[in-house]
Design a protein. Structure first.
Length: 286
């Protein structure tokens, strides 16, 4: 088992605390009977806490397989951790204040919060780009299947962050143009793409980690990794088209539903195959 670096320990603890804040806010939202929709909903504190907590811990783990100089790793992961905290805290604060966190330029303070959130998103994108470049450039002390999974996961993370940046940009244009309600409607269109692409950094490296326990050759592990990547790419592409065209995944056409189902089926089957072989190899040892 790999020894944790100090910066990774900090990221894991911080991610757990952010995730816990999301859980606490979910309890508050349910107990208060508040609305789950709209820019003033406590839901935003829930989703930001859960999402940033999980993403921070996942990025810390996945990038531990990327060959980066210690000082560079500390700086990148430290900045990513700090930005995650700032984003979650500011969104949660605005939720408790009962005002929108994004596209809110009503007062000088709210304007500063919205600007800081946008800047924080930019910082997160820069750190993700740096990690992705390092992953593409170096091999690190890991297997070919894990390198492949981490590289794809980081590229997908950039797609998710790009969708987030596009949402903020379009929302700001609408809000600055005097139509704040349209800002939330327009910005929310890319949420499905943002969500689906975001979790590849967990699912694909997780599959590669599970395959390490299978009694397979590395070449076979890589082949299964490519199959999973194909399924995830197809799912992301379908959801991306639906998001751009303003179609909800729950109201998609039959062709889109079948394609999404096929992609999910491929991912499910690769995961099941990896789990089965890992369990089989474990039993043979015992």
């Amino acid at each position: 088992m790999k020894e944790l670096r100090p910066i990774e320990r900090v990221a894991y603890v911080t991610g757990a605390l952010l995730f816990l804040s999301g859980v606490v806010h979910a309890v508050v939202l349910i107990a208060s009977g508040g609305s789950w929709t709209g820019p003033l909903s406590m839901r935003k504190a829930v989703t930001f806490g859960l999402s940033f907590g999980l993403t921070l811990a996942t990025v810390a783990w996945a990038t531990s397989y990327v060959a980066v100089r210690p000082r560079v790793r500390n700086a990148l992961l430290g900045v990513f951790t700090g930005a995650s905290v700032v984003e979650t805290v500011l969104v949660s604060m605005q939720a408790w204040r009962g005002v929108p966190s994004h596209f809110n330029f009503e007062t000088g303070f709210d304007n500063a919060v919205s600007t800081t959130l946008a800047a924080g998103g930019g910082v997160i994108i820069l750190t993700a780009v740096s990690f992705t470049a390092a992953a593409m450039r170096g091999e690190g002390e890991t297997t070919a299947s894990m390198r492949l999974a981490v590289r794809f996961g980081l590229v997908a993370l950039l797609v998710a962050l790009g969708a987030g940046a596009a949402m903020i940009a379009s929302g700001v244009v609408e809000a600055r143009g005097g139509n704040p309600q349209a800002a939330y409607t327009t910005a929310g269109a890319l949420k499905p793409l943002h969500a689906v692409a975001m979790h590849a950094i967990l699912i694909l490296p997780g599959l590669a980690w599970l395959l390490r326990f299978a009694d397979w050759t590395e070449r076979r592990r890589v082949r299964l990794g490519w199959v999973a990547i194909g399924g995830y790419t197809l799912l992301t592409a379908v959801v991306g088209v639906e998001s751009v065209t303003g179609v909800s995944p729950l109201a998609a056409s039959p062709a889109e539903m079948v394609t999404s189902g096929l992609a999910l089926g491929v991912l499910g089957l690769t995961g099941a195959a990896a789990l089965r072989e890992a369990v089989r190899a474990r039993r043979s040892v015992l």
